[in-house]
Design a protein around this ligand. Structure first.
Ligand SMILES: Cc1cc2nc3c(=O)[nH]c(=O)nc-3n(C[C@H](O)[C@H](O)[C@H](O)COP(=O)(O)OP(=O)(O)OC[C@H]3O[C@@H](n4cnc5c(N)ncnc54)[C@H](O)[C@@H]3O)c2cc1C
Length: 394
């Protein structure tokens, strides 16, 4: 394969953000190239926790719910704090747990059925993000150079598109990191387990699935200098034999999102745009949604013959996601800072309403507004202090 191949839109990355973008753009008739260095199906390190929010976004973007055999669904949750049981619930809004191998392959299948051209399993040799009236060029190691008036960087937390635009993919003091293992399956009736305090400015999780149990810890890198030891302690607490599992790690954009998610006709979506919830670590729903919004913005800009207006359109469409992430950042200190955590745990253990709002927020049935309201109602002085700290960059 060599030579130039022209498209209307190149999408780099075929994870949830890229496949959503490709599906939405290709079904309008755009000529779309979907590039990924991974050949699918292939695993991606992730808890695979699909919330109600992600289900709703999937249905909106792809027109259907995902095939039910991709996941197992549980309404039972057990919350722990620093190793001690905090609260258990059997009828929460459910969590759907999947393995990314099947999930990502299914999304890619949707994108290709809509007409996107498949360049998965191809590494990028060079990228030129173009400029006003200068097309984007992506040269693949396998030979061809793809050109298009528009590009969506959906290439994850270490995005080469973000690096090409802004010099770096993420800020050292804002980035998160997660470690995970696939452990042998446990009791099929076991609840989804969440451990506050298992990692600093983060948490631990145990997701029971049919063939395995996904166990992990994640939190801000800057607050967890010994994450491997943290993971070892968590596995020990859950009775996991370290000789029977392989620990893997991956960064996650767990802090500030990119306020300006691209430049001209080059847009960033999903993790590349920093759209992971800074409290729950959920990223799949916002990845699919932002991918779809980036595609819609590009389609509209190209239709008017003005590819450079893509960013303005996309930035406007992303506002609700940015607002939700900003709110999560604002209340994160209340949940995670050692000084204020007691307040949160006390509130969580003592207030049915707060627990209810937390679960609804996790499921995508509510936004952070409701949780903030509960925190302020329960302890206006502490909440006010934390929120002021967060908005001043704390
Ligand atoms: C330990 C851990 C646990 C998590 N658990 C959950 C969870 O339970 N639920 C949840 O909602 N979220 C979870 N997340 C977050 C979630 O994994 C991400 O937010 C989500 O995958 C983002 O989707 P994306 O499409 O933006 O990026 P990705 O899924 O990372 O996809 C990016 C794609 O780009 C490709 N790519 C990267 N670089 C290049 C390149 N140079 N050239 C070509 N292709 C490239 C990659 O191969 C990949 O296919 C977790 C994250 C971590 C690290």
């Amino acid at each position: 394969m060599s030579g130039h191949t022209r498209f209307d839109l190149i999408i780099l990355g075929a994870g949830p953000a890229g496949s959503a973008a490709a599906h939405v753009a290709a079904r309008t008739g755009l000529r779309v190239a979907l590039v990924d260095r991974r050949a699918f199906p292939q695993d991606k390190l992730c808890g695979g926790g699909i919330t109600g929010r992600a289900m709703t976004v999937h249905e909106r973007v792809f027109g259907t719910l995902p095939p039910p055999d991709l996941f197992t669904t549980k309404p039972d949750f057990a919350f722990y704090a620093h190793g001690h049981p905090l609260w258990a619930v059997q009828d929460a809004p459910p969590m759907h747990m999947t393995m990314r191998t099947g999930w990502d392959a299914a999304l890619l299948g949707c994108a290709l059925s809509a007409g996107a051209r498949d360049y998965t399993g191809h590494r990028v040799a060079a990228i030129d993000t173009g400029g006003p009236a200068v097309p984007v060029q992506v040269t693949l190691e396998s030979g061809p150079t793809l050109t298009a008036p528009a590009l969506i960087g959906a290439d994850g937390v270490n995005s080469i598109v973000a690096r090409a635009l802004f010099g770096r993919a993420w800020e050292e003091d804002q980035i998160g990191f997660g470690l995970e293992v696939e452990a042998p399956p446990i009791d099929p009736d076991a609840p989804v387990r969440i451990d506050f305090g298992a990692a600093a400015w983060g948490y631990g999780w145990q997701f029971p699935k049919p063939g395995s149990t996904t166990i992990g810890v994640g939190g801000l890198v800057a607050r967890n200098p010994a994450m491997k030891a943290t993971m070892a302690a968590y596995m020990d607490a859950l009775g996991v034999d370290p000789d029977r599992v392989k620990v893997k790690g991956h960064h996650l954009p767990f802090g500030r999102f990119r306020r300006v998610p691209g430049k001209g006709a080059v847009l960033l979506a999903g993790d590349a745009a920093g759209l992971v919830d800074p409290i729950t670590g959920e990223g799949i729903a916002h990845a699919m949604q932002s991918g779809a919004l980036a595609a819609e913005a590009t389609v509209a800009a190209l239709a008017e013959g003005a590819p450079d207006t893509s960013l303005a359109r996309y930035a406007k469409a992303l506002r609700p996601i940015h607002r939700s992430l900003a709110q999560a950042r604002a209340i994160r200190p209340i949940m995670f800072s050692p000084a204020l955590r007691k307040l949160f745990l006390k509130g969580f253990a003592g207030s049915r309403r707060m627990r209810h709002d937390y679960l609804r927020m996790m499921a995508g049935e509510a936004e952070y507004d409701d949780l903030i309201r509960q925190l302020i109602l329960r302890s206006p002085r502490y909440a006010g202090r934390a929120l002021r700290g967060a908005f001043s960059g704390g």
